[in-house]
Design a protein around this ligand. Structure first.
Ligand SMILES: [Zn+2]
Length: 305
C-alpha cells in the first residue's frame, strides 16, 4: 500500500501576512495518521483548532480562509500546496495570528522547510479520491471541471486583458518532482492599480515587491523580472493545488479550469464532495498506482483500457 506521511521534525517560519502586514510565526509539527492538516490558533485563549477542509472555508475573496467561530486563518493556499506537493497528509500547524505568512509569495520557502524537516511514513494506507464522473461548476465566464483520469492533472487557461499577462495556458501532470521543480516557486501577482486601491482599504498591507509580482501599465515592475516566462499561470495552478487539497484526500482526476480562482476552486471541491456518485475512495499499492491501465482494482474497471 501507499501509506500516509507526516513530517519527521518540526519546521518553523516567521514572516509578514500579506493582508494584515503583521509578523506571524508558524510551526509545522508531525501528526498521527488520519489527522489531516489541522491549524491551531495558539495566540487565542483557549487555542482554536481548525481542520484544513473545504467544509471549514469561510472566505474566498482574496485568498482562501478557514474558520471556526470567531477564529480564522487566511491565505492558507500556498502552504497547503507545499504540504500536498511534498506528500504530507498529516500535520499540525501552530500559528500565532490570523494569516499564514506570505514569505516570497510562492510555495518554495515552505517546500524547502518541509524538505529540511524530512518526511516520515506511517503504517496507515492513504485513501485517494478517484473521480468517476465529471463535476463542473460555472460562474459567468469562469469554469472549473474535474473529469476521470488515471492521474492527477490540472490544466489552467487564464485570460487577462492586460498586455503583460494576456492569455496563458499550462498543464501540471502532478508528481512531487513536477510540482516542486516547475510550480512551487511561482509567485502571487497583482496589478499596481488594484494593489494601491486595496491598500487604501486597509488590505494587502504587507504586500511589496519582496512577496508579489506587481504589474504596472508598462509591465512587471519588480527589478528582478519573472521567475518563469509564464509565472502567472503557474501560480494559478499552485493556488489550485492548495485549494483543491481541501477535499481532504489526494485526488485522481483531471481538473480543467478557465479563469478560475479561490472561489471557484472551493465551489468545485464542495460540489464534488456533495456528489458521492461521482467519486470513490481507493487505497493503492505502488504498482497499481503507477500502472497505466488494467490495474486490477474492480472499482476502477471503467478507467481501464
Ligand atoms: Zn496564490
Amino acid at each position: 500500500m501507499i501509506f500516509q506521511q507526516t513530517l519527521r521534525n518540526k519546521a518553523t517560519f516567521s514572516g509578514i501576512g500579506l493582508h494584515t502586514g503583521k509578523t506571524i510565526t508558524l510551526t509545522l509539527r508531525p501528526a498521527e495518521a488520519g489527522t489531516g492538516i489541522v491549524f491551531h490558533r495558539i495566540d487565542l485563549a483557549p487555542a482554536v483548532s481548525i481542520e484544513a477542509h473545504a467544509s471549514n472555508v469561510v472566505n474566498t475573496r482574496l485568498s482562501t480562509t478557514i474558520g471556526r467561530g470567531d477564529a480564522s486563518v487566511s491565505t492558507i493556499e500556498h502552504l497547503m500546496a507545499a504540504l500536498y506537493g511534498c506528500g504530507i497528509d498529516n500535520a499540525h500547524v501552530d500559528i500565532d495570528g490570523p494569516e499564514v505568512p506570505i514569505m516570497d509569495g510562492s510555495a518554495a520557502p515552505f517546500v524547502a522547510a518541509i524538505a529540511k524537516a524530512g518526511v516520515k511514513v506511517s503504517g496507515k494506507a492513504r485513501k485517494y479520491l478517484v473521480v468517476k464522473k465529471p463535476v463542473t461548476v460555472v460562474e459567468g465566464d469562469k469554469k472549473a471541471t474535474i473529469i476521470p483520469s488515471r492521474h492527477y492533472k490540472i490544466s489552467f487557461d487564464m485570460q487577462f486583458a492586460h498586455p503583460a499577462v494576456k492569455s496563458q495556458f499550462r498543464s501540471l501532470e502532478f508528481s512531487q518532482e513536477s510540482f516542486i521543480g516547475d510550480f512551487a516557486a511561482a509567485r502571487t501577482f497583482g496589478f499596481l492599480a488594484e494593489v494601491e486601491m486595496m491598500k487604501s482599504h486597509g488590505l494587502a498591507l504587507g504586500g511589496s515587491l519582496e512577496n508579489a509580482v506587481v504589474i504596472g501599465d508598462n509591465g512587471v515592475i519588480n527589478p528582478e523580472g519573472l521567475r518563469f516566462q509564464d509565472e502567472f499561470v503557474r501560480h494559478k495552478i499552485l493556488d489550485s493545488v492548495g485549494d483543491l487539497s481541501l477535499a481532504g484526500h489526494r485526488l485522481i482526476g483531471h481538473v480543467k479550469a478557465t479563469k478560475s480562482g479561490h472561489d471557484l476552486n472551493h465551489k468545485l471541491v464542495t460540489e464534488l464532495l456533495k456528489r458521492p456518485d461521482c467519486y470513490t475512495l481507493i487505497e493503492f499499492t505502488p504498482q497499481a498506482f503507477n500502472a497505466p491501465f488494467n490495474i486490477g482494482i474492480p472499482e476502477l474497471s471503467w478507467l481501464e483500457a
